[in-house]
Design a protein around this ligand. Structure first.
Ligand code: F3S
Length: 295
């Protein structure tokens, strides 16, 4: 069994930056909260909680608590939520990914110039909720062709994307949406890390017999890597860790590709490779063993 790791797999720049900042903050501040889990990976969240970082999910979760620093994760937060946290006396440590911040700036600028904002993305995803919070929650959120077709005709629109969107999906939807206005400005705000991961996974999925996509079940960019893999490969496994699959199942494939979402730490990828390689060795030893027994 040959195992090939996709280029650009695992932690992206924004997630790495948020984790490093959180770890530095805990050295200097007595109490540190993370507003929402810092990454979509339970092992990393447990590790950070061990270091003393307390995860809260809402403003209510901060109420009545001792004040301290509040980390804003890479997904960002709506403007009004940040203001409420500050009003409660907490110090903001803003780890919004610069790529997400740039979307906030665009929607804020264009909504104030009178453009209707269209966000192509998942309305329930924290990043999309955050972006909408920088244009007074007035954006139209479009996630399917159907949503795009159902939009009313408008005068001026500004289209942005959730940073982890599938590129083909964004292109297809924005083409329909731009016909719905007299003037349309399109910003492809899919981040570079996402674009590179999607390109690499498409290449790899074509070459291998099966693909393993490692990442959290609630990680949007991980799910998109699995969706892209499925276009080119019939055997795609989306797993949080390699322990979720029987290695006998994988042993029927000669070449296996591995990729991982932007919030999957390196050690999960290394563990998967190590387990599969050791399995190869064990299998080989068994084969040698049984051939000796036959003599
Ligand atoms: Fe930032 Fe892109 Fe990662 S927006 S958090 S670099 S997936």
């Amino acid at each position: 069994m040959e195992v090939i790791i996709s280029k650009n797999a695992g932690f992206c720049f924004g997630v790495e930056r948020a984790i490093n900042t959180a770890l530095k903050t805990i050295e200097n501040e007595e109490i540190v909260y993370s507003y929402g889990p810092l990454v979509h990976n339970q092992q990393v969240v447990d590790y950070l909680e061990d270091k003393g970082i307390i995860t809260v999910d809402s403003i209510e979760g901060l109420m009545g608590k001792d004040t301290g620093a509040v980390i804003i994760r890479s997904h960002g937060l709506p403007k009004h939520t940040i203001e409420e946290i500050e009003k409660l006396g907490f110090k903001i440590v803003d780890c919004t990914c610069p790529f997400v911040k740039s979307v906030h700036n665009k929607v804020s600028e264009y909504s104030s110039k009178g453009y209707n904002i269209i966000i192509v993305g998942d309305k329930d995803h924290p990043e999309v909720i955050g972006i909408n919070g920088w244009c007074d929650n007035q954006a139209y959120i479009v996630n399917t062709i159907e949503d795009a077709k159902n939009l009313d005709f408008m005068d001026k629109i500004c289209i942005v994307s959730q940073t982890t969107n599938n590129i083909d999906k964004f292109t297809e939807i924005s083409k329909i949406v731009e016909e719905k206005a007299n003037e349309a400005i399109i910003f492809n705000t899919i981040c570079n890390a996402t674009r590179l991961r999607q390109e690499s996974v498409a290449e790899l999925a074509k070459q291998v017999d099966a693909m393993i996509v490692l990442g959290g079940n609630n990680s949007s960019n991980t799910k998109k890597l699995a969706d892209i893999s499925r276009i080119y490969n019939d055997n795609v496994y989306l797993l949080e860790s390699i322990s979720e699959i029987s290695l006998q199942e994988l042993n029927k494939f000669n070449k296996i590709g591995i990729t991982a979402g932007a919030s999957t730490p390196d050690w999960i990828i290394k563990e998967a490779v190590r387990v599969m390689e050791n399995f190869n060795k064990d299998e080989m030893m068994e084969a040698i063993d049984s051939s000796f027994k036959r003599i």
